[in-house]
Design a binder for this molecule. Sequence first.
Ligand code: 5GP
Ligand code: ZN
Length: 116
Amino acid sequence: MSESSCIFCQIIDGAIPADIYYQDDDILAFRDIHPVAPTHLLIIPKKHIATANDFSDEDERLIGKLMTTASKLARELRVDRSGYRMVMNCNRDAGQTVFHVHLHLLAGRAFSWPPG
Ligand code: 5GP
Ligand code: ZN
């Protein structure tokens, strides 16, 4: 399941350290190494899925859990009222750099729209 060349699989396996905020059997949430907002967490499935193009019907619950967990963590971090952004980049035009699906949870400042 885990891919040895994948940096996020290595974080899941404990081979690379990370500032882990939450984990359970399915998912891991940790702080982004180059935060672009006061709160910047990455929420990832423990199953290696490279991009949103690789979602399958069997992943439906797992992918949904990324969002419900982001929502819970936002409440826990008390950014739910002020607001937050959930972002998942897919491939080149979106700027995806790590090819293990991750949901960014960004909060603590105002974000512009449309994105750059
Ligand atoms: P993407 O551009 O693929 O949507 O986002 C990848 C994110 O992963 C970037 O925000 C980047 O800072 C973060 N990142 C890359 N390598 C590491 C790492 O080794 N540890 C952590 N905590 N974050 C990383
Ligand atoms: Zn991976």
